[in-house]
Design a protein. Sequence first.
Length: 438
Amino acid sequence: YLNYMMVGYCIAHMVFTVMCRNTARQFDAYNVSLNVQQIEVAMILVFMTPILLFRQFVSIFPAFLLIQHIIYINFSTDEYSQNIYTFLKFNLVMLALNSHLCIAIYYREMRIRKLLNYTRILSVEQQKTNDLIGKLVPYHQVNIIKNEKRQVDEFDDVTLLFTDMVGFTDFSRSVSDPRDVVLLLQKLFSRFDQLCEEQKVYKVHTIGDCYVIMGYNGRVSKNKRFKGVVIDETNRVIQCGLQMINIIREIRESTENEKLKSLDMRIGIHTGRVVAGIIGSKVVRYDIFGEGVLIANKMESNGIPGRVCISDETYSLLMQQEEVSKIYSFQEHQSVQLKSIDRVIKSYLVTQIEFESRTSEENYNSEDEQSDVESFQNSQESEENIEQQDNNLVSPAISNQPKSKSKFQIEEEAPKDAAPEAGTFTFKVTQAMAQQRK
């Protein structure tokens, strides 16, 4: 379409040039002076419109100027000796040249568009590659991998989280189809991956039913990890642990499989020194080593199912922030002895106060409801005793009668036209006295 449009533009330019030349001759025949430069300026203004709209015409614009300039120079120097056939031949040759020029511009434009499309596709694929590498290694290791280098990271105070599913081994043995185990892990770990993205922590790896998290995700430079940043990382890791327990509780309660009713999770957290780096060249894996990894694993193995167990280093770090008592509650668990490093680590069970207060409030409301029911029953019994005593005092004759009915029963049984008896009136007075005394 662009090629045809440019060829038509060349033909229109040639026809318009011939018309202007003949017009100039007629003006000259009538002795009317016509400036050639004025005609050229007018033609330039007319043919500038498509050039402003389509940038492809910029390349052929100098050729149009050359054509009309040659025509009018020839017209001004040897106007009457110029043969019209020679003039037409010249314009046809220039039209052919311009057509080849248009075709060349067309193919050039197509190559530019293809190159632009390839560039866009390449940028999209490059972004996918960066995202994939970012999931395999922390953010600060992406450029290092691209440059085919290796870097060892040393952290003095990074928070680690280890999880282990209680009852998973028995569940794996009991199922007949192994795909059920894979589907369960896929469903559970997908929720955990989404949780890591929300809390901005780094998932190190998964080994079987074990899920490992590191608080440092590489977004902050290691030189800028001050105490406040480390505390914030620890809080986010603890929030991950608490929400993981809620997730596995939801899966356990929503499933209809009786084998998953006993499924639970132990979680251990520790803050300490860790050495990390990329292991291998074919299969890229960012792994962690050191004493902190061992302690975090021991916190998990010595924990309680359904609870988050933290070490004393993590506990000391959390106590440095303000109003920590309004966020978490801590309970001493036990002392874990590590023979390999000859240390004894204290452990604490951490619970979020908001969840605790909600649970205690529900228990308190249920106790209040039960106490209200008991007090209501006691008041009913005391009211009946008071009524019996008042009946004996006010109307002894009524006490010899059968057990008196309630006020509503008497009113329902008594006919509307019948006159009230004395005993009924006395009983109503007694009922009013009992109500007033209550």
